[in-house]
Design a protein around this ligand. Structure first.
Ligand code: ADP
Length: 359
């Protein structure tokens, strides 16, 4: 082999070995190795025990010399006995070798298939953990990004104000007002994040009980009424007397999110309709608005955390961080229900909560 070729081969081997070392250091490889170790210890122990037992059984095939002895010297039996014994001994040795070879082959097969199976099982075991860690990292990165924007705004406003040596009292009040507004946004965001994190934590038990849909609707409407009045938006409440099974506070919060969005994204002097009806074992609670509507592409994504549809269209000048619908979805799913949206551009959107009926 000439030198350049040898150098290339060495480079390949080095890089291959680096990959193998990297792979062996991964949690999947380590877990797979543990599984394989257990399988091999069991298979080898079984093989050793089986081999010893079979080998001992084979050894017992040689008849005792008394069986050949007639008591008379020089008889035919005395001549044939050693030859039969040799023959049997050869057969037994041969049998032992075949047995050993088979056990080795079986263990090699167990090693190969065990390695594949262990890797598959290790991937299956670790995949959900990896997914959840990835989701957590994404959540932290998105949340930090969302927190950074208002923090930067506060920092800039204050730095500019500090550099202004002749700031009037009115000017100072304006800066403080801007600060308060940004802090309020930060607080709303952190409250939303905390609630989402609480609902996402597995095992969070909500106090489920039969709750009236009308109570949920009136709780939610009380909370959004100031925002509706400000935009002269009427809320037409047509919720019937139905009972669902769940946590009143959490369900009211989910409805607040839908009503709040309907008010936020709709033009002034429009109406938001709240309706409810029963379908077999479910109650469907709907919020319909006369807003801008949502594009089909966005409809698939608006329930994802931090997703906001096209800023230039629906969310222009509308504050938010894209966590409301993710939280509403989480709450409804915790109740064994579903959230869905139907929308028509320029006509409005209808968000529906399907909840388990009580009783
Ligand atoms: P936020 O309202 O804080 O942005 P949400 O998770 O509540 O976050 O909503 C996600 C996105 O879905 C919004 O940014 C908006 O684009 C869209 N959206 C939600 N509700 C409506 C609605 N009623 N009409 C139009 N668009 C909506």
């Amino acid at each position: 082999m000439n030198r350049p070729r040898a150098a290339t081969a060495a480079r390949y081997i080095k890089s291959g070995w680096r990959h193998v070392r990297h792979f062996l250091g991964t949690p999947t490889a380590r877990l797979a190795a543990s599984y394989l170790l257990v399988v091999m210890v069991m298979s080898l122990s079984f093989s050793v025990v089986s081999y010893n037992t079979s080998s001992r059984e084979l050894g017992r095939q040689i008849p005792p010399s008394s069986l050949f002895s007639t008591g008379r010297r020089g008889s035919a039996n005395d001549l044939t006995a050693p030859r039969i014994n040799d023959f049997l001994q050869d057969r037994i040795d041969e049998g032992r070798h075949t047995l050993l070879a088979r056990f080795i082959l079986v263990n090699l097969l167990v090693l190969a298939s065990g390695a594949v199976l262990s890797y598959y099982l290790a991937r299956r075991t670790l995949q959900p953990i990896e997914d959840s860690m990835e989701a957590q990292a994404q959540f932290i990165s998105d949340a930090s990004h969302e927190l950074r924007t208002p923090l930067t705004a506060i920092q800039t406003t204050n730095e500019v104000a500090l550099r202004d040596k002749k700031m009037s009292l009115n000017g100072a009040k304006t800066v403080i007002r801007q600060n308060v507004e940004e802090v309020a946004k930060l607080k709303a965001l952190t409250d939303g994040l905390l609630t989402l994190a609480r609902h996402e934590a597995d095992g969070e038990e909500l106090p489920y009980e039969p709750v009236s849909v009308q109570d949920i609707a009136s709780d939610a409407m009380n909370r959004v009424m100031p925002a509706a009045l400000e935009k002269h938006i009427a809320i037409d409440d047509q919720t019937p007397q139905l009972m669902v099974f769940g946590d009143r506070q959490a369900l009211a919060q989910a409805l607040v999110i839908l009503l709040d969005n309907a008010i936020k994204y709709s033009p002034e002097r429009t109406t938001v309709y709240v309706t409810g009806n029963k379908r077999s074992k479910q109650v469907v609670l709907s919020v319909r608005d006369e807003g801008p509507g949502i594009r089909p592409y966005d409809m698939r994504k608006i329930f994802d955390r931090f997703y906001r549809a096209d800023q230039s269209r629906s969310a222009q000048h509308v504050t938010g961080h894209g966590i409301g619908l993710a939280l509403a979805k989480k709450i409804v799913e915790q109740h064994g229900g579903e959230i869905s949206v139907a929308s028509s551009i320029g006509k409005g959107s209808t968000f529906s909560l399907k909840l388990p009926v009580a009783g």
